[in-house]
Design a protein around this ligand. Sequence first.
Ligand code: F6P
Length: 546
Amino acid sequence: MTPTFSADPTTQPAWSRLTALGATVGSSTIRSLLETEPARPEAMTVSAAGVHLDLSRQRIDHDVLTALQALAAEQRVLEHRDAMLAGAHVNATEDRSVLHTALRLPPGAHLAVDGHDVASDVHEVLTRMAAWSDAVRSGEWRGATGQRITDIVNIGIGGSDLGPAMAYLALRHYSDRALTCHFVSNVDPTDLTEVLRPLDPATTLFIIASKTFTTQETMTNAAAARDWLVAAHGESAVSRHFVAVSTSADLVAAFGIDPANMFGFWDWVGGRYSMEAAIGLSTMVAIGPTEYRSMLDGFHAMDVHFATAEPSSNLPLLMGLVAVWNRDFLGIATTAVLPYSQYLSRFPAYLQQLTMESNGKSVRIDGSPVACETGAIFWGEPGTNGQHSFYQLLHQGTSTVACDVVVVAHTPNALGRQQDMLVANALAQASVLARGRTADEVRADGTPADLVEHKVMPGNRPTSVIMVRELDPYTLGALVALYEHSVFVQGAVWGINSFDQWGVELGKKVALGILSAIETAAGADELDSATAHSVSQYLNLTERRS
Ligand code: F6P
């Protein structure tokens, strides 16, 4: 099934309507919207798979939502959704299906794509992953000297790092504390060196995670890790201390890892959509196969919701459409994700790749230039830490930043009043971001006249509050799937390909040329003047040039 491309969204009738609404509703205040519509918080909170999304602090109203839904219909977002879920090659520039949703299908499900049941492939790998994880967790899998494995080092980068690293921290409460996972991604030798420094090769196991098994950073770190192990226990130790996760069995074998110790996935899983493919092996070892299945079930529950819920109550659809509204009709270029949960400390970093590698595009899927803004800049930090860092700009800076405040109701680590304090902070910030504080209110506090303007808070920062009961594996899966599908919705409206990443390729190629100029001076003449100058400075500073 080949997808058809959607039209330029800016030519659609709903786009004109939204542009007009941007000048009216868009310039009204969230405070006035909240005051004139008392039922707004209930009416604008939608829930699915344990995730509650409250859009009442967004600069939207019923007319805006209606027009956004009309735009989605004109851009045939739901047809594109169905095409993706059915395995159409919606990643047209790479001629690939996009089937991360197949990774979380329940046991017994079937999904025929290009005449092949991909669901049975998925479950076959999951079964192997579970057997291996159980063996490591139980101590049945031993290192070359017969000792139990205590430390797992995942070597990978981008989607082969961020998802597992984020999930390991997020699900720490559910993890086996006898095992510690570490994540090495940077080609900076400091990353691997500092991770390995306290570890014992006899009890350390490496997962080499790379979809392509060609990524320079990962292959370089993997080779160095291999040398570290071999220096301690010899070549024969490699099979007990190295496993691989990849789509490329040949390259894994060429690296010297027994294909029996490889867990595969498929080209229809994008790197940034792979944390629940075999790339999640470290997560499964940490939390065990049963909790891992629960995480997949959470993903799947959100998938089913996205596939079947009415547009008016479809969380990913609404979240994606509101993101388009903020970006294109309110001109807001950045979104801060502010989790009020220490367990979600790497969630913003994970979302940076998911959102910006997916929707940081300037051409539509047919190669024509976009005529509107596309993906917002995504960034963030755990909430209370951010409050003492960059929230000043959020509240009073000249740029408006849209905010996602993520609140987890229960903590497994109750300590006095701390959880209530945390949640109070989250809700206080959401309120101040949305409502601000007027000069009259500041004056009424008794503020001296010369300080009033300094203390005025403009508010009107569009803010979503995303609340969940607890951060268990199921909920984490549902939360990630919500963002994945929201990204898809935005890309489908804009008519871009959210699943390729050509923009990252050139830098990799240029780096190879610069590396040979640094190491052998070969090709140095071809460097541009600024690069040649920097190379020369680097060679001087590293005492390699007289
Ligand atoms: O350079 C970007 C990228 O291709 C990401 O999309 C991907 O997640 C990452 O590199 C790692 O790729 P691989 O898993 O093939 O090593």
